[in-house]
Design a protein. Structure first.
Length: 249
């Protein structure tokens, strides 16, 4: 299993270095790499949109609304009925958040790729040379990498905490835009979505604060692309960004 994981990281390193070899700027290489990852993971994003749409349609289903009203005071029975409805309608309650969780292996691999690509010691350079599997890449022609991007050294945490705030904010906006509206406070999927909309921004914001800023560049680019994607398809639920008092008529 570890060997497969190492190959996965090697592919990431080689893709990053290939883009860098063409562009000459590691920050832009990360942005272009993120776009490439978004294209590759498009089926997962499509599944997320489908899951969010299914949950939104369920909230407008009269039978489900009747069940919510009938068992409003019996949370255990309501949860049981909810799972039954999910099965009958073929709804995966994790469909809207699973693609986000699948990103974690990509995040870890990207982190390892950035650290290895920005080799700063002879041992790191040796490890990097052993990671090159694309025959047209020559480490000696690429080293040292240009790790400067805007005000940052991409191999170090961002010093002014600006990206950490931007990462947390864009993650929050993206999670809110994909969250279907819910009229039932006891809806387990809604509760899970609300929890994820808080924990994910905090978690990724902390990653951006403590890990190399190159990872934060990936987070921001990925989030912005996701927001644009949802908005372009008319799937973004903008009302979720407003206070509840402003959405009530």
């Amino acid at each position: 299993m570890s060997q497969i994981w190492n190959i996965f990281i090697q592919i990431f390193i080689n893709l990053l270095l290939t883009i860098y070899n063409i562009i000459g700027n590691f920050g832009i290489a990360i942005i272009l790499f993120t776009i490439l990852i978004k294209v590759i993971t498009w089926p997962l994003n499509a599944q997320q949109l489908k899951g969010a749409k299914a949950m939104q349609d369920l909230q407008n289903d009269k039978d489900w609304q009747a069940i919510q009203k009938k068992y409003a005071k019996d949370k255990e029975k309501l949860a049981s009925e909810q799972m039954r409805v999910y099965r009958e309608k073929g709804i995966n309650p994790f469909g809207s958040c699973l693609p986000t969780l699948i990103q974690f292996p990509i995040i870890i691999a990207l982190y390892q790729s950035i650290i290895r690509a920005l080799a700063s010691t002879p041992l790191d350079l040796l490890k990097l040379s052993r990671s090159i599997i694309f025959p047209f890449l020559n480490v000696s022609d690429l080293i040292p990498l240009n790790s400067k991007f805007l005000w940052m050294n991409l191999g170090q945490p961002e010093p002014y905490y600006i990206l950490a705030v931007v990462v947390a904010a864009t993650t929050y906006v993206q999670s809110k835009l994909t969250m279907p509206p819910s009229t039932n406070p006891n809806d387990q999927s809604a509760a899970m979505g609300q929890s994820m909309s808080v924990t994910m921004p905090l978690m990724l914001g902390w990653f951006a604060l403590t890990f190399p800023s190159g990872l934060a560049v990936y987070f921001v680019t990925s989030n912005v692309l996701g927001i644009v994607q949802y908005a372009a398809q008319g799937k973004a639920n903008w009302s979720n960004l407003l206070p509840k008092s402003m959405t009530k008529k």
